[in-house]
Design a protein around this ligand. Sequence first.
Ligand SMILES: C[S@@+](CC[C@H](N)C(=O)[O-])C[C@H]1O[C@@H](n2cnc3c(N)ncnc32)[C@H](O)[C@@H]1O
Ligand code: SF4
Length: 312
Amino acid sequence: MLMQLCFKNVHSLFSALLRWILMMVSRTLVQPLGIISRPKIRTKEQKEGSSAQLTTPSSVNYHFTRQCNYKCGFCFHTAKTSFVLPIEEAKRGLRLLKEAGMEKVNFSGGEPFIHERGSFLGELVRYCKQELQLPSVSIVSNGSLIKESWFQKYGDYLDILAVSCDSFNEDTNKVIGRGQGKKSHLDNLHKVCTWCQDYKVAFKINSVINTYNVDEDMTEQITALNPVRWKVFQCLLIDGENAGENSLREAEKFIISEQQFQDFLDRHQSVECLVPESNQKMRDSYLILDEYVSGVIFSPLQFSSHYCARDF
Ligand SMILES: C[S@@+](CC[C@H](N)C(=O)[O-])C[C@H]1O[C@@H](n2cnc3c(N)ncnc32)[C@H](O)[C@@H]1O
Ligand code: SF4
């Protein structure tokens, strides 16, 4: 009974939140957060119309689950809840965002392939591409739970798959927590890279630079994998997630200085697909749409301490 009540409340709360989100998304609150595209040049009619025309949520990152099978010590989106919105509600939220101007969606987590063994994610990917006709549908994953059968079923609807890999030394991956049991993270990475080629999905790599990999030279391995883009993040602390009270991780020991990050970038300057993301750039640019689809209701200050890449 209590469960039922909670569930109903969550649903009605969600509807109210969505209306609120869309209103806020369209207003200036989102502008300083940079989640959203720059204000567009407006027609005379638009200028005379409501201020809701000022910005559009062109790029959205939806972290629909916080659950994960890995235990990366620096993780800034931790398993604080096990909540996942029912699929029809999630689709409804995505449709409303599309109506508000969303063009790109990126699914993240937690590990997005964990929930319903990837079929929840697959259905959202299909919905966004086939029904909402979004120009860009992407995923960021640790790569460990992806099966070829997923590509067979949903590959046609996916534009980009980013797999996270912080080191080409398996021992370093283990120290970081990127791994599960005896399975090799690097074997998974290579398998997924091949499937992306086979099923014509653009392949990307994300790496978090931290104290354990900061001296590594990844030039050869990245060049061989040939991703369309290699996103290189400076390890970031987020209060309540991987630092401070009530956090599930203590990531302080992973933190590197600006200079160390710059040295890593300099060492890899020959890698043309490298796109750096310093702590400052991450803090300034991102919106998170969390598992309750309520991320955008945080105040700008709290909000900017949450993270969600425009374009993983
Ligand atoms: C939170 S993860 C979720 C998706 C998936 N589980 C994965 O690891 O790719 C999204 C991205 O954030 C990165 N990330 C996690 N913690 C980070 C931190 N403290 N600083 C910078 N990037 C981080 C991950 O490496 C990954 O590329
Ligand atoms: S970074 Fe990704 S793989 Fe690692 S613990 Fe966090 S959600 Fe899981």
